[in-house]
Design a protein around this ligand. Sequence first.
Ligand code: 5AD
Length: 524
Amino acid sequence: MMKGLKKSATTLLRSSKSGGINFKAASLISELKFVPNQLLMRNNFSTSLIQQHGDHHHDHHHHDLMEDELLPTPKKTIINIKEPPIPTEVDLGAMGEQVATASSANSDPKAAERKMKRARTVNYLQKPLEQRILVLEKYFGVKPELGKPVELTKEQIVNVLNIEDHEEQRALFDYANSITESIYGSKVYFRGIIEFSNVCQKDCNYCGIRKHMQVPRYTMPKEEIIEQAIWAYENHFGSIMLQSGELNTEGRISMLVDVIREIKKRTGGGGPGEWNKGLGIALGVGELSRESYQRLYDAGAHRYLLRIETSNPELYSKLHPNDENHVWEERKKCLETLMDIGYQTGTGVMIMIPNQTVQDLADDLLFFRKIGADMIGMGPYIVQEGTPIGKIWMEQYGHMNEAEKKEYNRVLFRLALKMTALARILIPEANISATTALQAINPAGREIALSSGANMVMPIITPTKYRVNYQLYQGKPCIDDTKEECKRCLTDRVKWSNKQLILDEWGDPISYFNKRNMKVPNKE
Ligand code: 5AD
């Protein structure tokens, strides 16, 4: 059993020199977890990386949650911690059939074991949060304090990524959340994504809209892009993000310049340096020349997202064709150029890409810090059949049965959450996104991330008719949804994570201003 998974664990561990703590997928199976009531749903969740059903926003209160998922404790402030109620026997019933059975069927050894684990969790939850996080001392080498970040070496980061114990994981997520709250309070911001074109000159080996993928190509007309942006503005989104495949033609750049100018004009915005006027505009349109970046900045875009995908140049070269169009050093240079121009600059990676190791992931986090990322967006790698990396993934994991797929997703989700939490600990002032891909592997993925270090969420506001052709990976959520549905859905998710959705504000990363000795806007 779990042949594929063992392989992944080994791959992930291949270059781990730390020893000691192992990333052992199978041992994560069948642990019964406490789930906060407001997130409590049925426990028959079943998903698959190969056959994704996506998430049905219409069915929120019934959407499923992995029954053994370890949710962080949602809370309003660190001082006044609002704990979810400790489950009683009665609450147990609500946790689903499996649990109900566990509490009655004493003869079943598995049920007894689950009951014991649950008792342990309840016990754990009875301790005050500041005591609970002390279990992390053995990984940090110092006593963690709520809201206070710690310094970690690469080896320590690797050890944290390898944490298997559920209570320790939970302590990690809660600790990360306390840091988020000490900096941003419980504020969460929206960025509406407009995926305005899937035309792409790149051929990234993992991506569903790479040049060599057979998909109908589209570019939204200017007016339609602007219309989505105005909708976002009228619906009180502070910011949008214009995202697309990569195209560095003059036509594309000048089109974008026009669109940005028009959006700024119609939302009462000013130029660069005029903070918080009009709709905030972020771009995610790939590697461009310095001149193009500058033109787009001058037109009024003030944020830019460019994932490095992996901080390991060697792994990067395996994930991309070996040509002058896909050079890791060039991508890194782009990030530096963007920062130099004055963009608030974001980067990120994919998690659990074939042949990636835990060491790589630790390096990714250190890379974000070293380069001075203001924004971080990370998500699990998800297979896209018909791509070269998808093929490798299928060879390794294609044979998994339903239970194994579910287990794979569970391990992947935990790892992604740990990366989010560690990003918050190591780069405390960054804006960290609860990404869409997290929701692809766990229906509650985004709200859970919002309680584990993330403070940002990006509703997709691309017109529905285009979405099917913007599938970067299989099973991308929200494919059939409208922008209104995505707005409502994510408003609910923010609420469930016990956070406060902030409208009509840009929600800039504090790091950006601190680095430049500038006054943080909206802060008295
Ligand atoms: N799985 C997960 N994320 C992907 N991306 C592209 N393809 C995949 C995939 N198969 C991510 C990349 C890119 C972002 C826009 O989408 O990280 O930067």
